[in-house]
Each structure stands twice: as C-alpha cells, then as structure tokens.
Design a protein around this ligand. Structure first.
Ligand SMILES: Nc1ncnc2c1ncn2[C@@H]1O[C@H](COP(=O)(O)OP(=O)(O)O)[C@@H](O)[C@H]1O
Ligand SMILES: O=C(O)C1=C[C@@H](OP(=O)(O)O)[C@@H](O)[C@H](O)C1
Ligand SMILES: [Mg+2]
Length: 193
C-alpha cells in the first residue's frame, strides 16, 4: 500500500510512461503504468476502444487508476484519465505529487509520426485539439509542470528529482545519488496500448 504517490499526467506522447518508469527505477519505488495494467486485463487499448467505445474504456480505466493510486508509489496515467471526476478528486489530495509533462506540437509531431497505436490520436491537429480541451484540468491538478520538448529524458528526471528534494518528499529518501547526466540506452518498447 503506497501512502504517497508520484503521479505523471499530461497529453499523449508527452513522456509520462517513459519518465515514470525511469524515475521509479531511480527512486527504487514500485511503479505502474495504467495503460499497461489496462491492456493486461482487457487487451490492447487500440483494439478495445473501437470495439467497446470510449465510455466503457474510461469506466474500466477509472477502476484501474483508483487501484494504482492506492497500491503504487510512482504511477503514469493515460493521457485522458484525468477526465474522470473521481480521479480529479484523488489527484487533488495532498498525498499525491502530480507532475504534468507537456511538449510543443513540433516535438510531439516528431514522436507520433508513423505510429498508429494511439486510437484517439490521428495526427497533430487532433493532438492539439485534445490538449487544448484538457489543458485547464491538467494545469489545475499539476504540482509541477515539466516541458519535455527536445530534451533528453535524464534532464526531465532531474527536474522531478530536484522538485521532490525541495519539497522534502518522503519518496526521495532512497535516492541518494548525484544528478543524472546522460541517458542510459533504452530499448524502445512497442507501446502495448
Ligand atoms: N523527451 C523525449 N524526447 C524524445 N522522445 C521522447 C521523449 N519522451 C518521450 N519520447 C518518445 O515519445 C513517445 C511517447 O512517449 P511515452 O513515454 O509513451 O509518452 P506518454 O506515456 O506520455 O504517452 C515514445 O516513443 C518515447 O520514446
Ligand atoms: O489521451 C488519451 O485519451 C489516451 C491516451 C493513451 O495513453 P498515453 O497518454 O500514455 O498515450 C491511452 O490511455 C489511450 O489511448 C487514451
Ligand atoms: Mg503512456
């Protein structure tokens, strides 16, 4: 049971999954990616949504998010998980440190080009429209916002670690190391969505 969680929110392809996994390794913390938990339990998201519809996806996603926020120290949410009112209430609670990752359309375009496994994201125009609609919620819930555009992941991770140290987060007590100064080679996962 996690008494306090570090939670990554933000639009699709902002880097929530990658950053969350990386910082959890660094903090020696338990880690969950709610999209991964969803596909483990219900099959690939890009097949589920066309078949069952987005409302059913959101209903099941909420169950998974609620359990993950209870059980894991570091959690990467799917981009639209914050649309759920109960999830918004959960994230407003003090025991959750909420990190909003954002990126410019130019940076996102580079990341999503040629990728078709995000069912609600058909291109950069739909990404911009989705982000604009959700922005007030993302901004309201965020304790810290980090722009990941054209920045290596180690810099993003350091920004978050510095914030945790500055705010005396209990999560940082197992992180005794210096700042990271490079990216460790990472095998690109075929994002199972
Ligand atoms: N800072 C970054 N610089 C370059 N590419 C990145 C960066 N962060 C993420 N990516 C790439 O963008 C894609 C989406 O990252 P991911 O962590 O899955 O985002 P999210 O979980 O927010 O949708 C992946 O291909 C990932 O390797
Ligand atoms: O923004 C969204 O509505 C979604 C984002 C995806 O997660 P990522 O933000 O990790 O890509 C995934 O949960 C699903 O495809 C819906
Ligand atoms: Mg993700």
């Amino acid at each position: 049971m996690a008494s306090m969680s570090l939670v990554f929110i933000g639009p699709p392809a902002a880097g929530k999954s990658r950053a969350g996994k990386r910082i959890a390794q660094r903090l020696k913390s338990s880690y969950a990616d709610t999209d991964k938990l969803f596909s483990r339990d219900h099959g690939a998201i890009h097949e589920f949504i066309p078949r069952e519809g987005e409302p059913e996806f959101r209903r099941l996603e909420r169950e998974i998010v609620a359990a993950a926020l209870r059980d894991y120290e570091v959690v990467s949410l799917g981009g639209g998980a914050i649309l759920d009112a109960d999830t918004q209430r959960d994230l407003e609670r003090d025991e959750h440190t909420v990190i909003l990752l954002v990126a410019s359309p130019a940076a996102i375009e580079e990341r999503i080009t040629g990728r078709t496994n995000r069912p609600l994201l058909s291109g950069i125009d739909s990404w911009i429209a989705t982000y604009e609609t959700r922005k007030p919620i993302y901004d309201r819930l965020a304790d810290l916002t980090v722009d990941t555009s054209f920045r290596p992941m180690w810099q993003v991770v350091n920004d978050v670690r510095r914030y945790l140290k500055r705010t005396n987060s209990p999560l940082v007590t197992r992180d005794q190391g210096d700042d990271e100064t490079h990216d460790t080679p990472e095998v690109e996962e075929t994002a199972e969505q």
